[in-house]
Design a protein around this ligand. Sequence first.
Ligand code: NAD
Length: 289
Amino acid sequence: IEESEKFRIEYWELEEAKLRRMPPPRPLAARVALVTGAASGIGLATARRLAAEGACVVVADRDGQRAEAAAKELGGPDRAVAVTVDVTSEDQIRAAFEAAALAFGGVDLVVNNAGISISKPLLDTTAAEWDLQHGIMARGSFLVSREAARMMTAQAMGGDIVYIASKNGVFAGPNNIAYGAAKADQAHQVRLLAAELGEHGIRVNGVNPDGVVRGSGIFAGGWGAKRAAVYGVPEEKLGEFYAQRTLLKREVLPEHVANAVFALTGGELSHTTGLHIPVDAGVAAAFLR
Ligand code: NAD
């Protein structure tokens, strides 16, 4: 056989071996999910939804007390465990995955959700604030995904990594340089990792919530009141105001974001990777702010 023909055969044998390795999607009831920032808001709603679908859940949050309460609510040690982890720490992330392996044998679904929001005008944003924002969201999700990939490739069972990114990582508005840029970084991590991990059966997708999901900690600390003042509506009417500006006239809540994580990981979208699903009642589609 000619050299080129030999190469072709070897190449396809290799590709076939990869295909044989490709694991079929598993139902959530057979899976273990680690959700960062799961003690509150969108992360907690996601943990609740995945647990309701039968997954074992690792509630990974830097707020250990609230993480413990969430794990208890989700069914206690047989169904959910809490780990105190700051996603800016490589050691703590490694320890979190080790704890997950100890509790449930491994992890095959990871949700990069932990985040904070520093949304300020350019001239008011300090270098320290930029570092803090990017440290938690851009660097933190990179570190979590790297540890997830390490575990998932070793398990050789495929898996899912989902990023809770944002409409703000795709569309621009004023006074959002640190947060918006960190979300854009996450958005490209989704594509880059989808490209790199696909051959291991690891799918990487993102969910882009509207920028104003209430019922989460981001709205605590007077932020809701500030937004209400900006829009000139009473704070208790903010939900209605947000709903009115969407195409569907519906307010987006943490549960709706959790539904998208379920849609991506529940088995039906087994051939989808590198995608971002908007959960914004149409705000991005119509270029509304
Ligand atoms: P939230 O404040 O309710 O929850 C964030 C959680 O992350 C908290 O439990 C917090 O303790 C945890 N956390 C923060 N820093 C951490 C760190 N360094 N290590 C580990 N845990 C940490 O906020 P949320 O609104 O539910 O936000 C969740 C994600 O959704 C964030 O990434 C946010 O950017 C994104 N998002 C939110 C909205 C919104 O309007 N609420 C819109 C789009 C995207």
